[in-house]
Design a protein around this ligand. Sequence first.
Ligand code: IPE
Ligand code: IPE
Ligand code: MG
Length: 265
Amino acid sequence: MPESQISTPGIPENSIIPRHIAIIMDGNGRWAKNRLMQRISGHKQGVETVRDIIKLCIERGVEYLTLFAFSSENWRRPADEVSFLMQLFFGALKQEIAKLHENDICFKVIGDISKFDPKIIEFIHSGERLTANNSRLVFTIAANYGGRWDILQAITKMLAQTTRLPDNLQEEDLAQHLAMSYAPEPDLFIRTGGECRISNFCLWQLAYTELYFTDTLWPDFDAYELDHAIKCYQQRERRFGRISEQLQLPMSANKATKIANKNKT
Ligand code: IPE
Ligand code: IPE
Ligand code: MG
């Protein structure tokens, strides 16, 4: 079957350092509880980890970093925790945007931010505008984000653009409307805090991502932990449907085999 008919689009270039790392930052509450502190202290400490991980990702050569900060399901938490998380998010934005810009970092937010306070929405938009042309790292925060929401909003946008759907609808027709269409699909997914689930994170984009789960709680996630996750990633064989032997051949040899087979028939 020609590559063009294979559902999952092209095989990405395999690099030693994952180009795109997506993280579910989990375990703030338990980190605080273990220290007999309130959950909000864990969230505060979690922001410190975010700062460190951004720096480390740049040093390691990661090009895209995406962090899940607030899910579409997190509204179910006690009202005071939700309101604290909003304040913390806004406070961190106010404090960090200029620094992100100084460090040539492009800042993006994905998620249904229409539910946020108008002040926060304006701040997000101005931060995105300010940093739009920066190129050292694309740093995305997923806020009020849900993978199902993302697919639905992409379908809505796609339908709004057309009066008649093509007969042969392609994945790209939809994917171009996903909230993170500016980024390659994540190479490495990390979830801290011990749970082995996706919790409605980038459902579409994680189709072929390498998944890594660690018991380490997010406030304790550090350089050692990040490097360990990257090391595990480097030991994975990313086959994208092929068999091991095909990976040993350089791409040109694969092509040569195909041509030889074609000439036989
Ligand atoms: C993740 O930490 C942060 C958010 C979801 C905002 P949690 O708050 O879920 O921490 P645990 O899982 O209760 O320890
Ligand atoms: C997932 O963490 C969402 C974020 C980290 C923002 P949760 O702690 O809310 O996940 P579940 O609900 O336990 O799966
Ligand atoms: Mg949690």
